[in-house]
Write a protein that binds this ligand. Structure first.
Ligand code: ZN
Length: 482
């Protein structure tokens, strides 16, 4: 049996004014996907499952993935979709396909690129099994459900089960091919956007809903099941949470299970919000802490799609006169350029911050010593390649600023360590991430503080200028109802 395998992943923050270009995507064609073996990715997990079957001929087609960011520029999105669909056309017909999505990608005008490409793939391949995988932040449209035989989302937050999700997707596809399996689906849409610590699946209330989904998947007749909470920063007409359960020829059970999980999520909605600490109070807490304090700047989280150029906390530290050793990342192409012009060992005064999201941030003057200059390439904690672009480490009296040209996820410590910066050497580290950083910092941090700073991915959802999101929606409106 011939199985096609492809990935098409990006997560958009509509409130990031930058457009994401083609060049920000890591694009792999054909057998280049095999290089992902051994990484914590869906493709690696799927390849390992298919490899275990001598009767399966796996044809890797195409993979486009990038860090989160602003909407994908129209021309670039068209090019990416065209490359994927051309690869499907050139390699069909096939007996089945596994398609890996994030689910929260948006273009400047196309609000559902995944739904578009999946519909086209269905037109090309016809009535063969197609299984799709998603990040649990995926935004699920009707056509994604209609065109997927089975959908399989992540079951962890922070996400650590990319490889396992690829395996689960591959096993669901094999079940369809081996038959007889007749998927029946129930979807309950919930008008709620969620944030906060209770989403951490290992410790929070969300974990209970996910455990039920796992139990369904592991039970006889249970297929792909999950809670898709959507990315609250992708301002599109289908933004909401969804519970989706697939069963084998048992629509009533799918409905009952989905309703039970959806009711639980809705009843706990007030727990799925994020209490935040003002910058001033957060700095005071850091001063009082013996050991490392980590600030979670979720509002400028590059991993959620923000621009990464916020200097709000840096300004706060200057204003407060914080004297501890602080490590702060920032996306700032002009500052990097200036540092490269000046060279290692130079001292220069330059504006920092506000290079991209100019309506939210304005530069602050800063005198810095150019400690290090690099090309920004490194290996992330998941084993994939990170591309920060030209990167400069600028040192003021006690602050180290890691300025990058491109946005990168500030989650695992490798992003700092690759520039000779060990977070353990600091009193304060800023992570531009809502939660993903925690697993990497909990063992070294004395205190973690979620800071209320401005930004295009603020957990304070009421601060964001929604125009497309359906209303009423919790927590934006008081009158949202399940
Ligand atoms: Zn996610």
């Amino acid at each position: 049996m011939k199985i096609l395998l492809a990935a098409f992943k990006q997560e958009t923050s509509s409130f990031n004014p930058a457009r994401m270009p083609y060049e920000m995507f890591s694009v792999l064609f054909g057998d280049e996907l095999l290089a992902l073996r051994g990484s914590n990715t869906e493709i690696a997990g799927a390849l390992d499952v298919f490899d275990g079957r001598s009767d399966i001929d796996t044809v890797p087609l195409y993979s486009a993935s990038s860090v989160s960011g602003g909407p994908v520029a129209d021309e670039d999105l068209n090019r990416l979709m065209d490359e994927l669909l051309t690869a499907v056309r050139n390699n069909g017909p096939a007996d089945g396909m596994l398609m890996v999505f994030h689910g929260a990608m948006a273009g400047e005008t196309e609000v559902d690129p995944e739904g578009h490409v999946l519909t086209e793939i269905r037109n090309i391949l016809g009535d063969v099994p197609i299984v799709t995988t998603f990040d649990l932040h995926g935004i699920i449209t009707d056509r994604l459900i209609e065109q997927s035989d089975i959908m399989v989302p992540f079951h962890t937050y922070p996400h650590i089960d990319m490889y396992e999700t690829g395996q689960r997707g591959a096993r669901n596809l094999l079940a369809l091919l081996d038959g007889p399996v007749k998927p029946t689906v129930a979807r309950i849409a919930l008008p709620m956007l969620v944030r906060g610590d209770e989403l951490i699946t290992k410790t929070g209330r969300f974990g209970r809903a996910i455990r039920w989904c796992r139990e369904i998947e592991n039970s006889k007749g249970g297929l792909g099941s999950g809670v898709y909470i959507g990315n609250p920063f992708t301002d599109v007409p289908d933004l909401r949470s969804n519970v989706i359960v697939f069963t084998d020829n048992d629509p009533k059970r799918a409905r009952d299970e989905a309703e039970r999980i959806a009711r639980y999520m809705w009843d706990n909605r007030h727990h799925f919000t994020a209490p935040l600490v003002s910058i001033r109070d957060a700095i005071r807490l850091a001063e009082k802490t013996d050991g490392l304090t980590v600030f979670s700047d979720a509002a400028d989280a590059t991993s959620s799609g923000a621009s990464g150029d916020s200097n709000a906390i840096l300004k706060g530290l200057f204003e407060h006169g914080y004297t501890g050793r602080a490590l702060l990342p920032i996306v700032d192409p002009p500052a990097v350029e200036a540092a490269f012009q000046a060279g290692v060992g130079a001292t220069l005064t330059l504006p920092i911050g506000g290079a991209i999201d100019k309506t939210r941030f304005s530069p602050v003057e800063c005198e810095g010593y150019v400690k290090l200059l690099t090309d920004g390439a490194y290996t992330t904690g998941t084993g994939t390649s990170g591309h920060a672009g030209n990167t400069a480490v600028l040192v003021t009296d006690t602050y180290s600023i890691m300025a990058t040209t491109r946005p990168v996820s500030i989650m695992d410590r490798k992003v700092f360590e690759a520039r000779g910066l060990d977070p353990r050497d600091f009193d304060l580290v800023v992570c531009k991430s809502p939660n993903g950083f925690r697993v990497h910092y909990e063992e070294i941090a004395a205190r973690i503080v979620p800071v209320d700073a401005p930004g295009s991915t603020s957990a304070n959802l009421n601060s964001l200028p929604y125009t497309q999101c359906p209303r009423p929606m919790f927590p934006l409106d008081n009158d949202a109802e399940m």
